[in-house]
Design a protein. Sequence first.
Lengths: 327, 512
Amino acid sequence: MLRFLIRRLLLLILVLFGVLILVFTVGRMIPGDPARVMLGERATEDMVQNMREKLGLNEPLVIQFGIYFSNILKGDMGTSITQFQPVVDIIKEHFLATFELAFMSVLWSVIIGIPIGVLAAKKKDSFFDYASMSIALFGVSMPVFWIGLILIIIFSVNLHWLPASGREIGIFEAVFLFLQTWDFSILWKGFSYIVMPSLALGSMFAALIARMTRSSMLEVLNENYIETAFAKGIKEKKVINKHAKRNAMIPVVTVIGMQIGSLMGGAVLTETVFAWPGLGRELVDAIFSRDYPLFQGIILFAAMFFAVSNLAVDIIYGFLDPRIKYQ
Amino acid sequence: MKKVLLLVFVALVFAGLCFSEGVNKDGILRIAVEKDARSLDPVVVGDNASFQMYTQIFDSLVSVTKDLEIVPSLANFRTEDSKTWYFTIKDDIKFHNGDLLTVDDVIYTFEAVMDPETNSPNYENLKVIEKIEKVDDKTIKFTLQYPFSAFLERVYTQPIVNKKLREKDPIAYGLNPVGTGPFMIEKWEKNNQLVLARNESYWMKYPNLKKVIMKPIPEPSVALVNLESGDVDLLTKVLPDDFNRIEKNKNLVLDVKPALNYYYLAFNVENDPVNDIKIRKAIYYGVDMNAIVETVVGQAGVRAKSSLSPSSWAYNPETEKYALNYNPSEATKLLREAGYSNGFDITIYTPQDTYRRKVAELMQIQLQAIKIKANVESLEWASYLPLIDAGKASIYMMGWNWLTDPDGLIYDIHHSQTSAWENDASSYNGTRFYNQEVDEALEEARKSSNIAERTKLYQKVQEIWFSQYVHIPLFHQVATVAFNQRVHGFAANAIEYTFLCTPDTNVWVEAE
């Protein structure tokens, strides 16, 4: 187990290095000039040159990369060109909002997706199966943007139940405060802001999980050992919960692990629709304004998060299926 | 008679008292803005989004009324020749932290902007300043490089910062600014909300709003939904498609005013084939500009026929004869004369805003009829501006707005600024059209303070420019704001600024 972990961590560093090179070079290949964007339309050439000099953009690319890389090793991701703040501070400021969004979306999709998938598999070819899978197909195909607007129109404009956008208080903070004060209004406040964006973001994912769970369950239910279990006279409920579900979950957990990472990226659109102050919006703004240090930093951070969540999934496999051993 | 007058006076005072009692002084105004500020330090940022936010926290030496008249703010001003300007700061003006505003703060602010190391975007606006001197404890003397009649509006764009605090840590100052303005910062969560609280001891007047919350909402449709649901009270920008929807809603008010801006299509007259005036005219004849503007901007603008709008004192009505109407046969004839009877391929570059992109796409369709195959490329600013600087865009679209004096528009986009494009550098005039008479008229007009004389010069510039078809004027957009009817004292204005508590505004909100 320890050797497995060490090997995976070394591999992770290699992957991150690759990501770094890729982001750095691709970023510089996009035409455009951060100095120009920052100084605005009224800037003169002297000012632009002066700024480029100050930002070190006139050095050869290799040297720029060398400087950037050695700073990264020292834990310094640089300073944002457009916001004048250290990149680390900006990531710290916005990460929690995006993480909350991704976390809640996964939570929704697990709560909604897995039971529906299991039930659909159990009642294969029934009305429930067809209905739920059709809705799931709908969920997979609908753009987040559209679902978001529909939710806002129903719950904010017509029913006035939920705030249309923004984030007054984070859900984790709300839960924490609630546990201290037992004041339900705080909990509701935190929940009211995140429920629509997380549902919009999670809907596609919930549909995906429902479909995955169903097909995986069906496969497992056809295995010999399940037949044996039934033959032994074990009740259906027990067979499904104890024998089938656990094994069927392996591919589902893989998808969940992959999705947590990609939700961080998928959050970009959701964050725009719901004016959610997360990393996704920062990333888009940074790319548009060619804020190299900022977008490099955010992408590197997201890659790291993605890799770590995949590692966690690999470890969870072992708990789900004792046959999987780490070497 | 005296008694009657006295009675009237008493009645008026009483009415005034009654009226002022109706003003709620505990209101919170929530404003949806398109983008968040990059920083709140007026020395290092000057983009519109940041400006709308930090002008609530800071004051400038002068201020602007709703009718765009420049009036004294932190200081009284005087000048005799428009070259030397004296500003005397008013007594007992305090920063939010209690520091007294001094001449040193003013000098420091301007010097910080003028310092090349700062890389301030406002440098270009103020580089006309040659020297700043302290005359006495209250007075500052600005000496300009030449007499400049529009100097005050440049002064307006530069709010005054607190020297002591900004010097100590400029980055922290940008996150937690301390100004002299009507509101002070309470909390700033980037991309989420900027919460401003009333400056209880504001020197100019007592602000009616207790709090102002500015929420960046990038998606216009979502911003509108927020207004409808009551989550925000005010939108500073409304899309024309939404006009009807807002007008039908009895809780909302839509306010529209002509604005000082100019959207245009420009030709780079050094590039083939648009270096030929016949080709430029053929393209103009080949598109139905009335229909395009009507389709794209609708009620949100009017077709432009010159760079200045008809409401400006310097507008030249004679240029209207150069505004061409759709005439494909004339276009074909001109193309034939220019040796392009089989048409040609060309790219129209536009920024990524909806209006200009739509205009380009409609032009693309109409130009097919005269065998011009136009390709539309819509780029984000970071790629777009360098392309124009380098002279690579033969046809591109741009927009420009100005404040109170036409100089801010007409000089910037019509002066050749040849020195800039010799080394492919940035200039506001990317057309590379050079005409000595135009340049001289612009320089002369800037130095004069005689309106009649300036008008004549500006009209000459427009005459030369538009007779050469260097631009195809597209439209002047209107300023639109929408707000909840609980909001009082707010209105759209020609420069599209968010005036909340200025010399002649003091917005308030009814209690919910």
